[in-house]
Design a protein around this ligand. Structure first.
Ligand SMILES: Nc1ncnc2c1ncn2[C@@H]1O[C@H](COP(=O)(O)OP(=O)(O)OP(=O)(O)O)[C@@H](O)[C@H]1O
Ligand SMILES: [Mg+2]
Length: 183
């Protein structure tokens, strides 16, 4: 799922955001498969210090998140320089987090997967191999700063099927299939 390098070509940079279990990975992977955008999972960019902290059950504060968000912005900017478009699965719950991501490539576009907590809760309960304490979803929902109109974020309803969400993201953002990846 790696786009061809085309330095200088215009690129698109999409961030699929939302609380834990909203379907970010599912939808971002679907968008990548349908358009050829290069996919990345934001969680995999955490520096070792953050990983150790999370393993110890210590929540990350904003200061700990900053180098991670800067790395993500840098990753997108580096792909942009190569002419490669990207789609990132990243919770990006706060405005300040999204603003750091916006400091990467020239244009970062967000898709918020939003909807009833019950839908997400039920989905998480069914997810194989994972256990999410109910308190985690509550704290994520409390942290979520829904985008202001000035952020022009595409908001999609988590109650749709994954296929419908991928179509809505691709159509809503005008990600012409196969073209934005530089093919
Ligand atoms: N639109 C959907 N309809 C039904 N089930 C879905 C949908 N989207 C995702 N799922 C399922 O819900 C669960 C959570 O999805 P996913 O892992 O993509 O969420 P996430 O936002 O990436 O979560 P995390 O924050 O933990 O990484 C998975 O079991 C996935 O298969
Ligand atoms: Mg995920």
């Amino acid at each position: 799922m790696t786009g061809e390098r085309r330095p200088g070509a215009p690129t698109r940079h999409v961030v699929v955001m939302g609380v834990s279990g909203a379907g970010k990975t599912t939808v971002a992977l679907g968008v990548a498969a349908r358009t050829g955008l290069t996919f990345a999972e934001a969680d995999e960019f955490h520096p070792p210090a953050n990983v150790a902290r999370m393993r110890a059950g210590v929540p990350l504060d904003d200061a700990a998140r900053l180098p991670w968000l800067r790395d993500l912005a840098g990753w997108m900017a580096a792909r942009a320089a190569d002419g490669v478009s990207t789609v990132l699965a990243c919770s990006a719950l706060k405005r300040s987090y999204r603003d750091v991501l916006r400091q990467g490539p020239p244009n970062v576009e967000f898709v918020l997967l939003d909807g009833p907590a019950e839908v997400i809760r039920e989905r998480m309960a069914r997810r194989a191999g994972h256990y999410m304490p109910p308190s985690l979803l509550e704290s994520q929902l409390a942290t979520l700063e829904r985008p202001h109109p000035d952020e022009s974020v595409l908001v999609l309803d988590v109650s749709l099927t994954p296929d419908e969400l991928v179509s809505a993201a691709v159509d809503g953002l005008g990600l012409t299939t196969g073209v934005t990846a530089g093919r």
